[in-house]
Design a protein around this ligand. Structure first.
Ligand code: NAP
Length: 487
């Protein structure tokens, strides 16, 4: 099955600048492949420096009008975009499975999850408030107003090709900002389909501009060097996030950085075993282990270790590996050859360092980019697999004795995005939740992200929050007004 199964209105093979669908100046293109089959799905323009400058020009030009549109009208347009996304959810899901690989039940979930940010910020944009302060002297009045930051550059990854875009674009637009977006070259079609629906919703020309490119570093440099771009919102690896952080210093941009993670998933002796196993499976194997909040290390207390591993093995062996378009599949391929080679290398290295294989451990016959769901036990915090983001369907299990040891292992990483733990003790819930150095903590829960909550990390996992009212504030500046001479 190919792109023919998707509504042709949503299949765009052009970038979008100043309200026009356009090709690269050079005519160059990037091929996009289905990771489940290796089939070429189509191609998109390989844009570069000039097109990125043109997109910034367009966003700057559109800014004055868009920021002057009443928040209620911006909300109406966002709501219209939301309705169109929902109307086309099946096509968007199919398109995403084709270019990204995850099973249809997951892409259907991501389309709804992505749309929830558009709906939320359509509502939240109407509730951006200023403040009136108690003035220090009788002849003064002091207040603050909230204003859009300006032109926003957004750079997004391939693992959530829809939601990572709506999570940035919807609050930016609700706040009155305009956007230049560069999606990942691995998954541009989902981004362009969202663009087509935004255009249909009536979002004016130049408010959202999209650059597809294989020259991420060059495009990123134009976006960070341009002083008209007042904010950069990036989701991706910590390595690239640090690079963009440095590049943004010269123009002192506001930054939102949603970077990598190394999530601990802690199972205490008193955990509900069924809930812990179900939570570990969903947290670890969703999107074939390619989420930033994936359980990266499964820490299990001595007393429950063997029972947990036995049940976890049973559950993992029930995962159905296969093409995501097949409704029975629950585990799809990883994104590309480099990813599968890295995962296979990490699993081999962990075994050479002393870890034991419980299940899986090798590539899966379903196709070149499929890896069998894998559990390793006897992993220690010193091994590479416990220190690096795996980004694949591999669960390393670390055994621990007591709460202090679990917390020490959990925090022994430069990352601080998501953490999870399972316990039935309310004292432990508070003590452990407070001790974990993470931006988000799932307590007896393997899935924690939604539009109402502030999503983001601490330490080297990033800056800022997406979702919630905080996600809107991150696209606004506070301006203080001091009025004197009041008699
Ligand atoms: P990545 O290599 O950092 O790429 C992310 C985006 O940055 C892509 O659009 C990429 O373009 C672009 N890029 C690459 N090099 C760049 C440069 N020098 N300058 C400007 N842009 C550049 O990350 P990825 O492999 O796509 O995504 C996986 C990573 O994202 C993981 O570390 C994961 O944890 C993280 N992530 C974090 C969150 C979060 O919310 N914290 C959510 C999802 C993913 P191309 O793809 O076209 O090269």
């Amino acid at each position: 099955m190919s792109m023919n199964s998707v509504n042709s209105k949503l299949v765009k093979d052009a970038g979008h600048i100043a309200g026009e669908w356009c090709q690269a100046d050079s005519g160059a293109t990037i091929a996009v492949y289905n990771p489940a089959t290796g089939e070429q799905l189509g191609q998109v323009p390989d844009m570069g420096i000039n097109e990125t400058r043109a997109a910034i020009d367009a966003a700057s030009k559109a800014l004055a009008n868009w920021s002057a549109v009443a928040p209620k009208e911006r909300a109406r347009l966002l709501r219209c975009w939301f309705d169109l996304i929902i109307e086309h959810k099946e096509d968007l899901a199919r398109l995403m499975t084709l270019e990204q690989g995850k099973p249809l039940f997951e892409t259907r979930g991501e389309v709804l999850y992505g749309a929830s940010y558009v709906e939320w910020y359509a509502e939240e944009g109407k509730r951006a408030y200023g403040k009136v302060f108690a003035a220090p002297t009788a002849d003064k009045r002091a207040l603050s107003i909230q204003q859009p930051i300006g032109v926003v550059a957004a750079i997004t990854p391939w693992n959530f090709p829809n939601a990572m875009i709506t999570r940035k674009v919807a609050p930016a637009l609700a706040a009155g900002c305009t956007v230049v977006l560069k999606p990942s070259e691995e998954t541009p079609f989902s981004a362009l389909a969202l663009m087509a629906l935004a255009e249909q919703a009536g979002i004016p020309a130049g408010v959202i501009n999209m650059i597809t490119s294989s020259q991420a570093a060059a495009v990123g440099k134009v976006l960070t060097d341009d002083s008209r771009v007042r904010k950069l919102s990036f989701t991706g690896s910590t390595r690239v996030g640090k690079l963009l952080y440095g590049q943004s210093a010269d123009t002192v941009k506001k930054l939102s950085l949603e970077l990598g993670g190394n999530a601990p998933f802690i199972v205490f002796d008193d955990a509900d075993l069924d809930a812990a196993v179900a939570g570990a499976v969903i947290s670890k194997f969703r999107n074939a282990g390619q989420t930033c909040v994936c359980a990266n290390r499964i820490l299990v207390q001595d007393g429950i270790h063997d029972a947990f591993v036995a049940r976890f093995k049973q559950a993992v062996e029930q995962l159905v590996v296969g093409n995501g378009l097949d409704d029975s599949s629950t585990l799809g391929p990883v994104i590309n050859q480099a990813a599968i080679d890295k995962i296979a290398g990490m699993v081999d290295k962990a075994q050479s360092e002393g870890a034991s294989l419980v299940t899986g451990g090798q590539r899966h016959p379903a196709g070149e980019l499929f890896f069998a769901p894998t559990i390793l036990t006897g992993v220690t915090q010193q091994m590479e697999i416990a220190r690096q983001e795996i980004f694949g369907p591999v669960a390393p299990v670390i055994r621990f004795k007591d709460d202090a040891e679990a917390i020490a292992i959990a925090n022994d990483t430069p990352y601080g995005l998501a953490a999870y733990f399972f316990t039935e003790s309310h004292s432990r819930i508070w003590k452990v939740a407070e001790a974990l150095e993470y931006g988000m903590v799932g307590i007896n829960e393997g899935i924690l992200s939604n539009e109402i909550a502030p999503f983001g990390g601490v330490k080297e996992s990033g800056l800022g929050r997406e979702g919630s009212s905080q996600g809107l504030e991150d696209y606004m500046e506070t301006k203080y007004l001091c009025m004197g001479g009041i008699r």
